[in-house]
Design a protein around this ligand. Sequence first.
Ligand SMILES: Nc1ncnc2c1ncn2[C@@H]1O[C@H](COP(=O)(O)OP(=O)(O)OP(=O)(O)O)[C@@H](O)[C@H]1O
Length: 222
Amino acid sequence: MSLKVEGISKKFGSNLIIDNYDFEVTPEQITIVLGESGSGKTTLLRMINNLEKVDQGSISIDGVLLVEDGVYKSSNDVKAYQHKIGLVFQDYQLFPNLSVLENLLLAPLSNQMGSREELIVKAKELLNQMGLPDKELMKPRQLSGGQKQRVSIARAMMMNPSILCFDEPTSALDEQTVAKVADLILQLQAQGMMILIITHDRTLVELLGSRAQVIESTSFLN
Ligand SMILES: Nc1ncnc2c1ncn2[C@@H]1O[C@H](COP(=O)(O)OP(=O)(O)OP(=O)(O)O)[C@@H](O)[C@H]1O
């Protein structure tokens, strides 16, 4: 299992952001992309999640290609690729009018990943694992930042991804909650989930310690 990024490049106009860049995420280590504001971290994450096009290079997960030598695959291949990747947004992006449970059910139901009953069982298991067994009927606005983030993680996990990507997972959280997020990420990795984190938070890096490889975003342009 791996996410492979090979020789990707990206320019906005004449502004080169990423130059012929390679890296790999595996289950053995959490991968952290660390760097200052404006260094291209979000652009990299958006390209991996097919929210921004690459100019050149290849991206694949578990051998399923999103793009090869700068050429995007057919829509069916792209769909297969996207099912393997889960994204936890910085601002969580939960649907405000849906309950926690309905937030979890929406994507797997529309992708026909099981019956409603089966998916409810799975959603409840995940909410339990996230320490939120009593929140399923609440709306996102009734939750704390840390709780919203855990709902967002559970929602991504409903699609059985191979990899979970976190965009600045600690930017809106207090110190105590940051430690809890680090514990949860370590737990997910111990269960075999590949993890990619984009951050500028060195405290999070310290908390993840020896289980993480750190890539400095200054290396995007070497
Ligand atoms: N859609 C766009 N059009 C033009 N330039 C862009 C676009 N998106 C990003 N950029 C530029 O690309 C560079 C990298 O931006 P990016 O958001 O990837 O950095 P970042 O490291 O994630 O920063 P931050 O930590 O502040 O989010 C910046 O100079 C930014 O202005």
